[in-house]
Design a binder for this molecule. Structure first.
Ligand SMILES: *Cc1c(COP(=O)(O)O)cnc(C)c1O
Length: 394
């Protein structure tokens, strides 16, 4: 069969006839108990409970199996584990591979709750975290210790958008510490724009709350692992009681079918808004992975197949508290809110001290006020008009 393109793959994913029962979509199977008619049937389910065989609701139903198979194929892995949120996917993936006395390395630009988990929970378990500069590249070799169990990456970084030199980091780790597990928070790429497992990263983690669901109406976490890690990851998720409900999982699977089309529109509108921002006299820099002003842009061009609607920009000067509020309080379309990846546009503002409090490496931001925006599916000209009015207000 001819190799299919990503748009076509996303239309087909998760629609194995095993799970669709003659419909277009997989069934939503809501059940806690699974009923066995014979002792032999129960024994078979018990022995194969890790392999898409119905065993007990917490371990997944046909709805979960359909979505897990879709994600495994999309991210080129050996298997997928589901969690109730992206944050749970991150913390459980890390916990699955560490013991007391271990050391882990985490990018100092990681999503804030990832850092908080390491600082507040791993510390209690006598697991030490060291943070590194996202642009460290092969220099990661100098930070590896004999007890470094995990290197945790995220590209682009949350908020500040730096992009790692992934092949250089992976190669340095594989040469010096081949047993170290490499994980990445791949939420920005949505499993489409970057394929971490093809770069020899062991586990690709995502918040499906973002682009995969795409409609800001449910929360779900995903970890796709390679052959070397899937068994441990899956067993630990069972031990820790992780599960997701079938309705939410169905919504995520539904999102996959329009993901390519939505991402292309977010990308096109995002670039239109980013390029308009670049021309504004008030703007110092636009941190959009597809623009040369983004740190690590050349790695983005090499390793990613496209961009989306999430990026940041920084002003030349620091806004006063009054200006900060005037800028943010009166948007028609950009509403302030955490999260992103839905159809709606969002904005968050940061002063220098806010950025410094989120970074655990030698990070020296300029004084200019900083904004992270998500460009949604509104017409980009309406979004530009909205931003133009905000600049007038200051
Ligand atoms: C939102 C987000 C998460 C957490 O996902 P939830 O589903 O909200 O728990 C993790 N990583 C990144 C990069 C995110 O943006």
């Amino acid at each position: 069969m001819a190799k299919i393109r990503p748009e076509t793959q996303l239309v087909h994913l998760g629609r194995n006839p095993k799970y669709t029962q003659k419909g277009v979509n997989p069934i939503i199977q809501r059940t806690s108990s699974v009923i066995f008619d014979t002792v032999e049937e129960k024994r078979h389910a018990t022995q194969n409970r890790a392999n898409s065989v119905l065993f007990y609701g917490r371990r997944g139903t046909q709805t979960h199996f359909a979505f897990q198979e879709a994600m495994t194929e999309l991210e080129c892995g050996a298997g997928t584990v589901l969690y109730p949120s992206g944050a749970a996917a991150i913390t459980n993936s890390i916990l699955s591979f560490v013991s007391s006395g271990d050391h882990i390395l985490v990018t100092g630009s990681a999503y804030d709750p990832t850092q908080n988990f390491c600082d507040k929970i791993l510390t209690k378990l006598n697991i030490k975290t060291d943070y590194f500069d996202p642009l460290i590249g092969a220099g990661i070799a100098e930070l590896l210790r004999t007890n470094t169990r995990i290197v945790f990456l995220e590209a682009p970084s949350s908020i500040t958008m730096e992009i790692h030199d992934l092949p250089a980091i992976v190669q340095a780790i594989r040469q010096q510490a081949p047993e170290t597990i490499i994980m990445i928070d791949n939420t920005w790429a949505a499993g489409v724009l970057l394929k971490p497992l093809l770069l020899d990263i062991d586990i690709s983690i995502q918040s499906a709350t973002k682009y995969i669901n795409g409609h800001s109406d449910s929360m779900l976490g995903i970890a796709v692992a390679n052959q070397r890690c899937i068994k441990t990851l899956r067993e630990n998720s069972y031990l820790l009681g992780q599960t997701a409900d079938p309705d939410t999982v169905y919504m995520a699977g539904r999102g996959l079918h329009t993901l390519a089309t939505r991402l292309k529109q977010h990308e096109s509108s995002g670039l239109t808004v980013a390029q308009w921002l670049e021309q504004r006299p008030e703007v110092e820099s636009v941190y959009h992975p597809a623009l040369p002003s983004c740190p690590g842009h050349s790695f983005f061009v090499r390793d990613f197949s496209g961009s989306n609607g999430l990026f940041s920009f920084q002003l030349k000067s620091r806004l006063s508290q009054q200006q900060f509020e005037d800028f943010l309080n009166h948007f028609s379309h950009f509403k302030m809110g955490y999260s992103w990846g839905g159809y709606e546009s969002l904005i968050l503002g940061y002063q220098k001290e806010d950025l410094l409090s989120m970074r655990q490496y030698d990070f020296q931001p300029n004084d200019g006020t900083f904004f992270r925006i998500h460009v949604g599916l509104e017409h980009p000209q309406d979004l530009i008009d909205d931003l133009a009015l905000a600049f007038e207000r200051i």
